[in-house]
Design a protein around this ligand. Structure first.
Ligand code: TXA
Ligand code: MG
Length: 316
């Protein structure tokens, strides 16, 4: 095990963002805010730096990482874009969408980022702080969510510190993430495919492409997140589609279904996504078993239900 680090908490002044970018360029691990969740960043071209991500998260090394870039010019230097991919990039970047695309041979991306495969998951995140940091770093930044592997994703710097304090070099604190669930992941290998529901509704992507998205075959060898059934898991057991709490439970409500807290009392799925991981962290801190109200399976509800089902799945 590595020696314990002193994890710095940085603000978002231009000077602090420049320093954070220099830390990344030196191979350090810096957690930073995106519009979806906080990412644990490292130089995607530096094998050692990327390896440190896996060590800090305790992440199974077969799980590849998303590369974050500030603009389309950089994205096109790394990957080949098909027409469909370019159309999605034009419509939704910067934003909560990741595209899995063929990696160019001279990209310089560490094989640890792609798990040795021929394609790279890439996105241009939204948000002034993320953009400024990526520009300051001057290289693509690999960043999974900044939580210990399998645990609830972080939407504040405090969540990052709760899981990774002493294991990373710094965290940039820019307050809560506005979207609150991870990016939607789209692959193109066998036609446009929804690899992970996320912050941009699949319906919006289908409308842009003018075709419906495939979903990967159940027995497909890879590829998307949550190949590990239990993921995003709080410590306490979690019961889904609850209309009310049992005696000992902490209840997370939605819409008409009340709880100790609510994802969104007026049934707004955008608010519910933004609140999801914060309320799971809060519920977990009570030490009680958790019950969650039903969430509709449309729009962002798909991403929310995906995360909730994984959080409720049997642990290994
Ligand atoms: O919103 C997000 O996507 C956040 C922020 C930080 O950008 N990042 C994030 O990363 O959720 P992570 O590592 O927790 O999830 C990325 C998932 C992985 O579980 C992996 O299975 C999938 O993306 N992935 C990465 N590279 C891939 C590739 N080359 N092919 C297929 N799937 C890939
Ligand atoms: Mg994650």
């Amino acid at each position: 095990m590595n020696d314990r680090l002193e994890t710095r908490v940085l603000g978002t002044s231009p000077d602090e963002i420049t320093k954070a970018g220099q830390r990344l360029a030196k191979g350090q691990l810096v957690a930073f805010p995106t519009e979806t969740v906080y990412g644990l960043g490292a130089d995607a071209t530096n094998d050692t730096a990327v390896a440190r991500i896996f060590a800090a998260k305790g992440r199974p090394s077969f799980n590849p990482l998303i590369a974050h870039v500030p603009d389309m010019k950089t994205a096109e230097r790394l990957c080949d874009f098909t027409d469909a991919a370019r159309r999605l990039a034009d419509a939704f970047w910067p934003g909560a969408m990741t595209l899995v695309l063929p990696l160019k041979p001279d990209s310089g991306i560490s094989k640890l980022v792609t798990a040795g495969g021929p394609s790279l998951a890439i996105r241009i995140p939204a948000g002034d702080v993320a953009t400024a940091l990526l520009n300051a770093a001057g290289r693509p930044i690999a960043a999974p969510s900044a939580n210990p592997s399998g645990r609830v994703s972080p939407t504040t710097a405090a969540h990052v510190l709760a899981g990774l304090n002493g294991r990373i070099d710094a965290v940039l604190d820019a307050g809560p993430c506005p979207v609150g669930v991870e990016s939607t992941i789209i692959g193109f290998e066998d036609g446009p495919t929804l690899l992970r529901a996320g912050g941009i509704p699949a319906e919006a992507i289908e409308a842009c492409l003018g075709t419906s998205l495939k979903t990967p075959a159940i027995d497909a060898p890879l590829t998307a997140p949550g190949q590990l059934a239990s993921h995003y898991a709080p410590n306490a057991p979690l019961r889904l589609n609850a209309q009310s709490a049992n005696d000992a439970e902490f209840m997370i409500g939605f819409g008409d279904v009340d709880g100790d807290v609510s994802l969104s009392a007026n049934g707004d799925l955008v608010d519910a996504a933004a609140n999801l991981f914060r309320l799971l962290h809060e519920a977990d801190a009570t030490g009680k078993p958790i019950a969650v109200a039903p969430i509709p399976e449309t729009g962002l509800g798909r991403a929310i239900n995906d995360r909730l089902r994984r959080a409720a799945a049997p642990r290994h």
